[in-house]
Write a new protein. Structure first.
Length: 151
């Protein structure tokens, strides 16, 4: 369930706030293949289920960057800022991939507001998004996302 902020200025009081979790999302081979097509990364550990059976993970795994890109899918489920003219992704910091994501895994995002500060015309917020794997004690990805919201 998304935490709602009335306007960008309300984010200035948000550091330390826990966000989420989002709904679960199943990682299918189709999604992995589509990501491979979009990025040109056709490494067999991602796109060859037969070969991957005998590989280090026992099945195909999602690309790390596919897992990272899901932070963008999960963010609106974690954080909503109303009364904005625009919100933009400004960047990322401290990206880590602690665990592989085998095909068929279910993922969800949770977050924590790390910082918020005024920037010219708006507010910049850093949200640490943790992409969890159902049943795993290690997350698939941890990333500090940087967003800017403008009233």
């Amino acid at each position: 369930m998304s935490t709602v902020y009335e306007n960008p200025a309300a984010l200035l009081a948000a550091p330390g706030t826990s966000l989420g979790p989002s709904d679960w999302l199943e990682i299918t081979q189709e999604r992995i293949n589509q990501f491979a097509e979009a990025t040109g990364d056709h490494q067999w550990i991602h796109v060859d289920p037969e070969r991957a059976k005998d590989g280090p993970f026992g099945a195909t795994i999602a690309h790390g960057y596919l897992t990272l890109s899901l932070a963008n899918l999960f963010l609106p489920d974690l954080l909503t800022v109303e009364n904005t003219s625009m919100g933009v992704n400004y960047g990322c910091e401290k990206v880590r991939f602690p665990a592989p994501v085998p095909v068929g895994s279910r993922l969800r995002g949770s977050g924590e507001v790390i910082s918020a500060e005024e920037v010219k015309g708006g507010v910049q917020v850093v949200v640490r998004v943790t992409v969890e794997i159902e049943g795993s004690d290690r997350p698939a990805c941890v990333v500090d996302t940087i967003s800017r919201f403008f009233p």
